[in-house]
Design a protein around this ligand. Sequence first.
Ligand code: ADP
Ligand code: GLC
Length: 520
Amino acid sequence: MPLFTLELKIALNKSLDNFDITLIDLAGNPPLNILFASSEATPLIKTGGLADVAGSLPAALRTSGHDCRLVLPAYPQAMEHADDLQQVAELDIPGYLGKVRLLSGFSGPHGVPLYLVDAPYFFDREGNPYLTPEGYNWEDNANRFGLFCKTIVEIGLNNARLDWKPDLVHANDWQTGLVPALLSRHTDRPATVFTIHNLAYQGLFDLETFDHLHLPAELWSPEGLEFHSQLSFIKGGIAFADRITTVSPTYAEEVQTPAFGYGLEGLLQHRSHNFSGILNGIDYHEWDPASDPNTAAPFTADSFEKKAENKLALQQEFGLPEDEHIQLFGYIGRLVEQKGVDLILQILPGIMDSGAQVVLLGSGNPELEQALKKISSKYHSRVGVYIGYDEGLAHRIEAGCDCFLMPSRFEPCGLNQIYSLRYGTIPIVRRTGGLADTVVDVNPHTLADGSATGFLFDNADGAGLWGAVERAIDFYHRPEVEWCILATTGMRQDLSWETSAKHYLDLYQDAIISPFSPSV
Ligand code: ADP
Ligand code: GLC
C-alpha cells in the first residue's frame, strides 16, 4: 500500500467553470501503471540477485504512489508462496497446447499485486526456474520463456481484458527480452524499459527455435533478434526497448567495451543515448541488523559491540573455535567463474597464516563445490563450508563476519557487498561494476574525510586479492575503535531503494514521453 495519498492538483483554466483535475505524486508526476516482468522474485522463488530486485523495487515504486504489479511464471514454489491467488483470465497463446491461465494475487510482506502465468506443461516442474534438478538447462527454455513473453505482451495490450492496463512494461534479463521486441510491432502499446542484470546470460538459441516460436519474420535480421546466426532473446530488449538500463553506472560503461560486452558492445554504444546505469537498492525490511529474525543478536551502528555475539554464534554453527577476537571472513554466492571464488582458494593459505577464520556458503559449479569441500576438510578447525542454498545462513554470515570477500571478475551490481555494508561487515571487493560504485577504498584521504567503507583491488588474480586482504588484516589489528568507525560508516549509508526508485520513475516518464522507434 502507498504510504501517502496522492496530492490533488486543480489547474484553473481561463473560465472558472472549466477545471482540469490531475492526480500527481510527490515528485509532480501522474501515477503510472507499471508491469514489472521477471523470471524470479523474493519471496516467491530465488536463484540470485534478480529475485531480490524484483521482490523489492516494485514495492518501492508503490510506496511512491504508482501502481506497480509483478508478473512471473507460475512455478510451483511461486504458487505456494503467493497470497490470495485466483484466476482472472484464460488465454490462447500460439505455441501452447491448451489454455494459459492468468492468476492474480499478492506477493511478499509488502503485498505487491501479482500475476502468475500458469502454463503447467512448461512451469509445473521441480528444480529451479532455468535448470533441471541435475543442474542442466531445461531443453525447452526458449519455448518456456517465449510463452512467458507472449503472455506479458497480451497483458500489456490488454488483450487479457483485465480491469488494469500498464502504461509501461519493465522487463528484466533475457527471459523477458522478447517483450520489447514484440510490443514494438504495435502502435497503441505501453512504453518499455529493459534492464540488464547480467549480460553473460543472453538466451541464445538456433534458427529452428526462431521458426518454432512463430516470431514475426522481419525480426530475423542483424538489426533485430539475430546475433551471429542465432536467436538472441536479450537483443529483443536491447534493440527494441524505449529505454535500457543496467544495475550500476560503472557496469553501464563496461558493457560498452569488448572486454565486458560479449559482442553486444557495438549495439549498446549505438543505443547509448537511451542506456544508463541505476544502482540497485536493498530491501530494508528484509535486511535489517536491528530486527533480523535469522540472527542471534540484533545490533545497530550505535550498539555495534553486540555484533560480536553474532560472530560467536556463527563460529559455533560452523564448529569453529569461538573467539570474538579472531578475524572472520565470509563469502556467499553462486559458485561460478564470475564470482572469483577460485581467487579466494588461492589466497586461503595466507589467510590461515594470519590466524583468521573463513566461512563460505554457495552452490553451483560441481568442481568449485568439490574444491570448497576439500579445503574445509584440510582446514577444518579454521574454515567452515556449507554447500547449498540457505537464506537464513546468508543473513547470519552477514551479521557474524568481520569482512566479506567479493573478488568478482565482473559484477553488474552485486547485493552482498551492500548487505555487508548494512551489517557492518567490511567488504573486500574488486574494482568493477557495482562493487566500484558502492564501496569506498580505505586510504589516508578517505579515512581522514570519513568516507572509507571497504578495501578494493584491481587485478583479478590471487596477488590482487591478497593485497586487499592483507590491508584488511593489518587494519583489524589497529585499535578497535578504528575498525568500529570503518564498519559503522558503511552501516550509516542510505542503501535503500528510495533514490534509485526515483531514477526509475524519471526514466519511465521519459520513455513514455519520447518512445524509441526501432529500424525494423
Ligand atoms: P548474483 O545475482 O550474481 O548471484 P548478487 O550479489 O546480486 O549476485 O545476489 C545474490 C543473492 O543471492 C544475494 O541475496 C545472496 O545472499 C543470495 N545467495 C547466493 N547464493 C546463496 C546461497 N548459497 N544461499 C543463500 N543465499 C544465496
Ligand atoms: C545479476 C548480477 C548481480 C546483480 C543482480 C541484481 O545476477 O550478477 O551483480 O546484483 O543481477 O541486479
